[in-house]
Design a protein. Structure first.
Length: 223
């Protein structure tokens, strides 16, 4: 009897109808989080708002597919993620890419151009020791502001590849398919993105902090 009762409860839970969709409630509960998610990846407030609206419309149209196995926000973010990938796909297909802008991200000045150590870091301009763990940096709001500012300096296609790979965790195959690029192009773009971000973050965060600390000003990182 108890087994039959448990089966009945489980069956009723699985077949219970979903509550009617309420886009207004979605906006109240998740609007800010969805907008921040989109803005970080798209770097354009107006575009982020448009993509979030498209996401809510798609969610309204496909609400019957929401099985409730995950949270409502997880479901909405999943739709938003696909909308952002669709945007990147269209942008990369429709806009001509200026290869000169992308090549400039190599930062050749950071490497020795001649002599025994050619193509090695220039000792005066090479990377500095960051003296910080990634986990510690992620907790600092000021650092995220600098990171987003540096990310904004990348051409859209380069920023898209870096974001999809390093932030959203897509595989190389998924990114190549989404952006219609080849694997070797992807790795070149990721290399250029990392070079630019390292140089930019060092200049605007680590070297700037070191200069301020050495002058006695100090920096407050309590949040």
């Amino acid at each position: 009897m108890r087994h039959e009762a448990q089966s009945s409860v489980r069956h009723e839970t699985q077949t219970a109808p979903l509550s009617p969709p309420d886009p207004g409630a979605w906006v109240d509960r998740h609007g800010d989080a969805l907008f921040r998610y989109a803005l970080f990846r798209l770097r354009d407030a107006a575009l982020a708002e448009d993509i979030v609206q498209e996401t809510l419309l798609a969610a309204l149209q496909s609400h019957h597919t929401f099985a409730g196995r995950g949270s409502e926000r997880t479901w909405l973010v999943g739709i938003l993620k696909h909308k952002i990938i669709d945007h990147f796909r269209r942008a990369c297909r429709e806009r001509a890419q200026d290869q000169r802008d992308e090549a400039a991200l190599e930062h050749e000045k950071l490497f020795q151009q001649s002599g025994e150590w050619i193509d090695h870091w220039d000792f005066a301009r090479g990377p500095i020791e960051w003296h910080a763990t990634p986990a510690a940096l992620l907790e600092q709001n000021e650092f995220w502001g600098v990171f987003q500012n540096c990310l904004a300096g990348l051409p859209e296609r380069i920023a898209a590849t870096f974001t999809l790979r390093e932030i959203d965790g897509l595989s190389s195959e998924e990114i190549c398919e989404a952006l219609n690029i080849k694997a070797n192009n992807l790795w070149v773009m990721l290399h250029r993105a990392r070079m630019h971000l390292r140089q930019c973050i060092e200049a605007k965060w680590f070297r700037a902090n070191a200069t301020q600390n050495s002058s006695g000003g100090g920096i407050k990182h309590g949040f």
